[in-house]
Design a protein around this ligand. Structure first.
Ligand code: GUN
Length: 283
């Protein structure tokens, strides 16, 4: 059996079409959705992500502002820019690309962003709201994964879901969203004793580890839905995920590819959050 491929590019194209229509409507009313992106330092992967986010905005008719700072930037300068953007009513979303250089206190920076402009959903208040089932900006990658599961009509209530990875950006919010949708969720991590025992029970297996081709076919339950959040660059320059696609697709029922899976959906959900924020600003 070969798994059904969950095409993140196709789903993104559909959602971004709907989004562009909404953005155009808001623009016609005098409120063009606007996302401000802050990039600090020269991390090449971060530069690519930011470029893709800005390009995504442009295509959807969302205005983007990009602010770049050197690796040795003073945190006070970046915090000052965030305060300025918080106070600017024409800006609806503020995103600080992570990771930040070591002189920064990441938590301080994320919490400096106004809660109502926190389109990444990383502010502690948004995280708390999400955990309590209140309306909140949901982090883009796990939110994109939920859209992908919805697109294949994956039954979530009662499903066994296993998330590998416990990061604030992916693993923890992913577990919260799956729990809220009625799945029975296990979060595995580097300290998990018998990882394969858990992964082989999973109807939904989400890999967010950051290790290339870590999840192999023998770790997958036959027919499971495998979601690969990893983006790793191999020595030959090619991209690969945290899942060994070739072996896993022979066992899984559905699987996301890398590239063309979760990656484009992350940006799509960022654009969705920005448009939602612009809509809310009119209410
Ligand atoms: N670094 C890796 N993923 C993300 C993300 O989704 N948002 C931000 N701001 N930084 C990241």
């Amino acid at each position: 059996m070969t798994a059904r491929i969950i095409d993140g590019n196709a789903l993104s194209a559909k959602l971004r079409g709907e989004l562009a229509a909404k953005a155009a409507e808001l623009t016609a009313k005098g409120t063009q959705p606007c996302l401000a992106v802050i990039l600090v330092g020269g991390d090449p992967a971060s530069a690519v992500y930011v470029r893709n986010k800005v390009a995504g905005c442009e295509k959807a008719g969302i205005k983007s502002l990009k602010f770049e700072y050197p690796q040795d930037a003073a945190p006070a300068d970046v915090l000052g820019k965030i305060a300025e953007l918080n106070a600017d009513p024409s800006v609806h979303g503020i995103l600080v690309q992570l990771p930040l250089p070591k002189q920064f206190d990441e938590k301080e920076v994320l919490e400096a962003i106004a809660v109502e402009k926190d389109v990444d959903g990383f502010h502690a208040e948004n995280v708390g709201r999400l955990s309590q089932g209140q309306e909140a900006f949901v982090p883009c990658t796990p939110n994109g994964v939920m859209e992908m599961l919805k697109s294949i009509e994956m039954p979530l209530r009662g499903a066994e879901a296993v998330v590998i990875g416990r990061s604030n950006i992916v693993g923890k919010p992913m577990a919260m969203l799956l729990t809220a949708a009625g799945a029975t969720v296990t979060v595995c991590h580097s300290g998990t004793r018998d990882l394969n025992f858990h992964t082989r029970r999973a109807d939904i297996l989400v890999a967010a580890i950051g290790k290339p081709k870590f999840v192999t076919g023998d770790m997958v339950k036959p027919g499971a839905t495998v979601i690969d959040v990893g983006i790793n660059r191999l020595p030959d320059g090619k991209l690969c995920g945290d899942v060994d696609f070739e072996s896993a697709k022979e066992v899984a029922g559905a699987i996301t590819p890398v590239p063309g899976g979760v990656g484009p959906m992350t940006i799509t959900m960022l654009l969705v959050n920005t448009v939602v924020s612009a809509e809310r600003s009119l209410a």
